[in-house]
Design a protein around this ligand. Structure first.
Ligand SMILES: O=C(O)CCC(=O)C(=O)O
Length: 238
């Protein structure tokens, strides 16, 4: 972690809990008419939308996702809490602001741009994100790429990315620290990334023809350090 700014954990996350959250979210997507319901767990896109975070149809479903027990409880699983206690070396505070993403195909322009989480979350910079796909996430479904070693650069001023419907600030290629390179790969259910709040990362586009990408991102810090009040609310105050 101190060398590269991230860890990639293979097969460590609790699979049953991941698949229950996936099922619960896909049921909400089915009710919204976003997926073909014959093989629910495949998350096969119906062609409705694509919808993006920030748009009303998306936010209506997202509000229900945030209220799911399986979604809320997953990041508090002992696997994550114990691992974070080792990384942080102290009592762990999991932010209440759980975040989930449903990423549609045919919506490449709205892919999350390169950024550092500290730009958005504030509080102590010694905060770590767990990014976890809810199910297998081969690279064409759009995983998360991390810029190895980029946390060493500290906070970089983000620029406005006016074309984005959410997370409208980001870093352009000319702002990336020299000598760093992007790392990405396939995720299987149970794999996840942990990275520091200064580590630059970006989503990869969902290039599939007809699959929704489901993922969650959650943040952990020491209880004794500065806490941004917004981190203890819900995402978008939904
Ligand atoms: O999943 C995404 O599209 C973006 C996630 C992200 O940037 C984060 O976890 O900070």
């Amino acid at each position: 972690m101190s060398e590269d700014g991230y860890l990639f954990m293979r097969g460590v996350a609790p699979k049953d809990e991941i698949l229950s959250a996936r099922r619960d979210i896909l049921n909400l997507c089915k009710d919204a008419g976003w997926i073909d319901s014959t093989h629910l767990m495949d998350g096969k896109w119906s062609g409705a939308g694509p919808f993006t975070e920030g748009e009303a149809p998306y936010m209506n479903v997202y509000k229900e996702i945030l209220a799911l027990k399986s979604f809320h409880e997953l990041p508090a699983h002992p696997v994550f809490m114990n691992l974070m206690a080792k990384i942080l070396g102290g009592e762990v505070l999991l932010h209440n602001r759980r975040i989930g993403r449903v990423t549609f195909p045919n919506n490449v322009n709205q892919t999350t741009a390169a950024h550092q989480d500290y730009h958005y979350i504030r509080g102590t910079s010694d905060t770590y994100t767990v990014w976890l796909p809810l199910g297998d996430c081969p690279i064409e479904l759009g995983g998360l790429a991390v810029l190895r070693g980029s946390h060493k650069a500290g906070l970089i001023e983000h620029r406005m990315h006016a074309e984005k419907k959410y997370a409208g600030h980001g870093l352009d290629d000319d702002q990336l620290p020299e000598g760093t390179e992007w790392h990405a790969g396939d995720f299987q259910a149970g794999d996840f990334l942990i990275f520091h709040a200064y580590t630059i990362h970006k989503a990869l586009p969902n290039l599939t023809k007809d699959r929704l990408r489901l993922s969650v991102d959650n943040r952990y810090q020491r209880k004794t350090e500065a806490i941004e009040p917004g981190s203890m609310g819900t995402h978008y105050n939904l």
